[in-house]
Design a protein around this ligand. Sequence first.
Ligand code: GL9
Length: 839
Amino acid sequence: MNPPLNQMLQSQIQIEDDRTGLSIETLRRAIADNLFYIQGKFPAIATKHDYYMALAYTVRDRLLHRWLNTLEVYLKQDVKLVCYLSAEYLVGPHLVNNLINLGIYEQIRQAVEESGLNLQQLINTEEEPGLGNGGLGRLASCYMDSLASLEIPAIGYGIRYEFGIFDQEIKDGWQVEITDKWLQDGNPWEIARPEAAVSVKFGGHTESYLDDQGNYRVRWLPEYIVKGIPYDTPILGYKVNTANSMRLWTSEACESFDFQRFNVGDYYGAVDRKVFSENLTKVLYPNDEPIKGKELRLQQQYFFVSCSLQDMIRIHLNEGNTLDNFAEKFAVQLNDTHPSIGVAELMRLLIDVHYYPWEKAWEITEKTFGFTNHTLLPEALERWPLGLFGHLLPRHLEIIYEINKRFLDQVRLKYPGNNEKLSSLSLIDERGDKYVRMAHLACVGSHKINGVAQLHSELLKKTLLKDFYELLPEKFTNVTNGVTPRRWMVVSNPELSQLISSKIGENWIKNLDELRKLEGFIDDGGFRQQWREVKRKVKQDLAQYIHDKLGIIVSPDSLFDVQVKRLHEYKRQHLNVLHIITLYNRIKQNPNLDITPRTFIFGGKAAPGYHQAKLIIKLINSVGDIVNHDPEIGERLKVVFLPDYNVTLGQRVYPAADLSEQISTAGKEASGTGNMKFSLNGALTIGTFDGANIEIREEVGEENFFLFGLKTEEIDQLRAQGYNPQDYYNSNPELKAAIDLINSGFFSHGDGGLFQLLINSLLYLDHYLLFADYQSYLDCQERVSQAYKDQEHWTRMSILNTARMGKFSSDRSIREYCDKIWNTSPVPIQMKDYVQADG
Ligand code: GL9
């Protein structure tokens, strides 16, 4: 290895080249340099993590030109910016994604190897930022990837949680939560921008005054102020020069304010305030838990939204604009209701800070915002108790009252004398304790409202937002979710990607519809053989991982039947378990039964306070313990619960699946996105008529999709008749046997009470209609088992699933957002060499 210091002295040019050069030798030297100068280590004492950091900085150096070029073009050309406001992002590991998007994977692999290291090992040491709970946060990151790849100017605004989603361990079958310390070892991908800090006010009161011209004005005298510091992470497009930013805000104490509030000498008081301020962005809230009393959550939401809107206004004014054309230059998307306070905040900034008249401010606000709803589940509807809200954001409450007054005047005109309409549409829920309805604020303050799959958007119009739809039908639209083929195919399944590219070239990576060309190879037995070999190889890799992690031996020749997603009763992981127990019972009754061997693989986190979901995890592990160790079962059934399911683990799992479980109660899963990742990687789906499953089935063809279960209308009918789960239990011997076996304590060392809560909720309520769908699910699973026996036919179906997934690229989703909602178009980035040109 060259002595780095000598090298530095050699020539100026050499140093520049070390930061941008792509020859293997330059890359190797750059890694050695970064290990020395950034990590402060020499090889003998360097850890794997040190090498990871040295490599990460080497890659970061090579993307900075794109990033700065992009920023400069956006500023100089005063482009329209898409601002995605999301309380959650699940970015996944950066390193390998950046290597792929920069197109330098192979060079780096060689340079790393010449340094005596293994790239895969370094990639595996990266701790992913878990700044989201699940699908909604991951979708935001897929969209950031597509925005950059399509060269759309965009910023993803969010919160830099110090502790993201908890790490999950499984102890004695139970979920145990461990704090996630993703920032502990440093984050090489972000750059702090303290010079762009902003202040955010909280609490206090408002007062009115007359300005010099005699205009009525309001000012907000807060109780305290918190500083927001932005941290920027580059988001590279795939093989384009565009690198957008994800700008995440961290809260800090506002020093000047401390000195004002706390007398000299009250040192501890001042430190207290510092701790208090820094608490704001400490931890991500888990979803699936009632949130309405949690003031800190509202603080977080307001904090990041206010920071972001202030940031946009600063950028806009710096470019010499007035705010008159703000909506022509910023399209702000509300990712669910979490950032919906933005509607009131933009109004406040326009009226109180920039002195716009109400009508003009409202016109700008409504044109600026778009609102995406991501769920129909009533428990996810954000409503803030009026008292709490007014205490924290007194000025916003006044503004919301005024928005509401004007809005309800409009409603009155359309429905004279209809008080029911007024009460159901009002931004304030006054039926009992009073609440601010955030979804209503988002609806009136946005020019477009969309659901995330066709069925979901239809149900929105028929149920949750029915009255809004009747009043403002032109606002409603649909954008079906999508996933990025870069991360979910090229990064996670290089083997299949290479096979595909060897047949149809590489254009599919940017234009996923081109996967259709694979249909031309469907009759090629050699190709089908290669397809199977790839699947077999990635299954073998996952089997090895399972063995290493859990000590369970599974056969890559068995059918890998996979359900990975958050644990929730509506997602019905326990229906899957009832199938497993039924198969178990059949084998016990008939030990020679010839069944298709299956490996059932589960993964997912339960919200820490969601007991029923945690009990389902315990049930899966308990059933696994018995089934996996029963010699009579042998290799026919294996049950695996993979701990700590996250993006990184998803990248291992999706490619290895044969069967994708998408078995939510119809009408409950707004879209799903895992369903798309599985199909893209050639898994077949067993699924209900729900969310994007419907559109996936439409695309891949009904003969290549295993559909079962009741449809939404059938469920409505059944409920109207009076659904009684006991009827199913009493009349279906296999269902009864499965339930009774759990109840007997067979899976819980004789403790018949352990799963009582779960079983009783099925027997007496069964909100999610597991019993009603049980037989249909079992029959469908039998069709799956039969189909799997014909490997040639299965392979054809698998290829067709991949070939027909073009629609589910997030590139398609983003194009639709651009056309239907944002009114924005690509801005290609020309490269300019800063080091050469500017010195
Ligand atoms: C969700 C829906 O439940 C999913 O069906 C949908 O695919 C995603 C993205 O649109 O949004 N809404 C929601 O609150 N979550 C979703 O996954 N939950 C989490 O992110 C945990």
